[in-house]
Design a binder for this molecule. Structure first.
Ligand code: CP
Length: 308
């Protein structure tokens, strides 16, 4: 039987050694750029859902490695409009023989099943609410870089943890890299409703949660995933109870970090002034993301044994 292609859809079969090698390579890439053999076929970016950071970060990583990309973005003007399925679309892109596929997919696409039909390496660029592994990796890499360590760090996810694929991936990665995860937000949006057995610290109020954290990751209130939406008044109320602003951030220690995977709803989960707080690393996370993705692509294409 053929060996399954490399993939990164989640962290279920990933070891701490693999992640540390990836981080080490990303750190070397930060200091001295690396390229890959120019013989590789283009990297396919297949984004069935909107994205700015992940798509452009992978594109930047690919180009910095000296490779080209083949892009399917959103599907407007494609045969999806004629009723072709996402699965068929992907199988046809595979048939063009790119070197690997980076995929952002909705929950409705069963990637675990689909993976058995794919012969090419597959990297998730965010899959519904299931996970966003490269975002978790770049967050962890940023924490290690700016806090000097990961093990024992107390990472608080603030807000809509229930719908957060980023928080879901951190639940897995934290077990491998041994950092603690906490959650605070509206009771209906609690990640424990999806993962009741997960080891997640919970809190009575924002003050208590921020006093606990060494890193706070504010999450976007995913207005599009809530059928009732959030009125402007409800968004203001949300900010009063769960928002990061100069007043609430008095409860976060001066050495802690403020992060956000983006995109940000300013005035909802974060006040715009937080961007100039000396603890804020939101844009540095984006910079780290390119190094992590360069490292991952380099590993998959040039040193696959490090990942298998
Ligand atoms: N962090 C993140 O996934 O952002 P995009 O949706 O813009 O890719």
């Amino acid at each position: 039987m053929a060996k399954p292609a490399l993939s990164l859809l989640d962290f279920k079969n990933v070891t701490s050694n693999q992640v540390h090698l990836l981080f080490e390579k990303a750190s070397q890439i930060e200091k001295q750029n690396r390229t890959v053999q120019k013989l590789h076929s283009p990297v396919a970016l297949v984004f069935f859902e909107p994205s700015t950071r992940t798509r452009m970060s992978f594109e930047m990583a690919t180009k910095r490695l000296g490779l080209s990309t083949l892009s399917f973005l959103g599907g407007a003007g494609s045969s999806l409009e004629k009723g072709e399925t996402l699965e068929d679309t992907l199988l046809n892109i595979q048939a063009m023989k790119p070197s690997l596929i980076i995929l952002r997919a909705p929950d409705s696409l069963d990637l675990v099943k689909l993976q058995t039909k794919l012969e090419l390496p597959l990297i998730s660029g965010g899959w519904g609410v299931a996970g966003h592994p490269t975002q978790a990796l770049l967050d962890a890499y940023s924490i290690k870089k700016f806090r000097g360590r990961l093990e024992g760090e107390r990472v608080l996810f603030l807000g809509d943890t229930y719908h957060s694929r980023v928080a879901a991936s951190h639940l897995e990665l934290s077990k491998i890299l041994k950092y603690e995860v906490g959650s605070f937000g509206p009771a209906d949006w609690n990640i424990k409703k999806r993962y009741p057995d997960a080891a997640v610290a919970e809190f009575k109020n924002l003050k208590e949660s921020l006093s606990w954290a060494t890193v706070v990751v504010a999450l976007r209130a995913q207005l599009e995933r809530h059928s009732s939406g959030l009125t402007m008044e409800a968004q203001r109320e949300y900010h009063k109870v769960y928002g990061l602003n100069p007043e609430s951030l008095k409860n976060l220690s001066l050495e802690s970090l403020i992060m956000h995977p983006g995109p940000v709803n300013y005035g909802v989960e974060i006040d715009e002034s937080v961007l100039s707080d000396s603890r804020c690393r939101i844009l540095q996370q984006v910079t780290s993301g390119v190094f992590i993705r360069q490292s991952l692509l380099h590993t998959f294409l040039e040193e696959p044994r490090e990942w298998s």
